[in-house]
Ligand binder design. Structure first.
Ligand code: MG
Ligand code: MG
Length: 255
């Protein structure tokens, strides 16, 4: 969306609410908990706030059925769009767990993802998470009016290359605000100075995904879950941001 003045307070409030939901679900992601329990928690928190979970019932382009859950939960080699409530998984010690959710607050949509480790972490795991988050922040830094989509993509790619991770290039970010997915597409690899020009008021979701192995992914037969082709672990971080003529405003954080 190109946010108008009257959209911005709702985007900010919705973003803050989504950040709180993800924080709470992240804290609840401990060894022994089931993914359908986490999904139910996300749904309860969103509905208690008076908002709508936007993923459940949503059919993305190319999908053959609506997504069945409130939150996507993707564990270890699962990259994105894992389904938490059809064949629930019990989280194990050390699992790398991606939590990705969209809500709408007063009709405005915000999208965010975090990756957490269940129980104790170790250096390799923490490096993977830190690098992916670093790439997100590097992408956000390039997100300002007058820059191009490729400036964001190139910044994400540079972090992945420097830190030695596989950069998932078949999936990426997108416009958001009026619906779950809008244009423009925001690739996770690309060239500076290429692509659509960013303009003030645009709301976009930036979402790098890194892997410990090769960057290739495949779709499982459930029609949603993307896994790494080589079985390596992956991480995913995402923010919805508002483009201004200064640094982008991160909407999906607890201020
Ligand atoms: Mg998302
Ligand atoms: Mg997204």
């Amino acid at each position: 969306m190109i946010a108008q003045d009257n959209d911005i307070p709702y985007l900010r409030e919705g973003g803050k609410r989504l950040a709180r939901v993800l924080e709470a679900v992240g804290r609840a992601t401990v060894p022994g908990v089931s993914t359908d329990t986490l999904n139910a928690l996300a749904e309860k928190l969103i509905r208690d706030g008076g908002d709508k979970p936007s993923l459940v019932g949503y059919t993305p382009q190319g999908a053959t059925r609506p997504y069945p859950a409130t939150i996507c939960i993707s564990i270890n080699e699962e990259v994105v769009h894992g389904i938490p409530n059809e064949n629930p998984t019990v989280i194990k010690e050390g699992d790398v767990v991606g939590l990705d959710c969209v809500l709408s607050h007063e009709g405005r949509f915000v999208d965010s993802a975090i990756t957490v480790v269940a129980g104790n972490t170790d250096k390799d795991t923490q490096d993977l998470l830190d690098a992916t988050k670093e790439a997100l922040m590097a992408g956000i830094k390039m997100a300002r009016s007058g820059n191009r989509v490729g400036d964001i993509s190139a910044a994400i790619e540079a972090v992945g290359v420097r830190r030695g991770y596989g950069i998932v290039f078949e999936l990426g970010g997108h416009g958001v605000g009026n619906s779950v997915h809008e244009g423009p597409y925001i690739p996770n690899v690309g060239d500076t100075g290429k692509g659509d020009v960013l303009t003030e008021g645009m709301v976009i979701a930036i979402e790098p995904m890194f892997t410990e192995g090769t960057p290739f992914v495949k779709l499982l037969s459930d029609g949603y879950t993307f896994v790494t082709k080589d079985g390596s672990r992956s991480a995913h971080f995402e923010h919805s941001v508002l483009i201004t003529d200064q640094d982008a405003e991160i909407l999906t954080q607890v201020k």
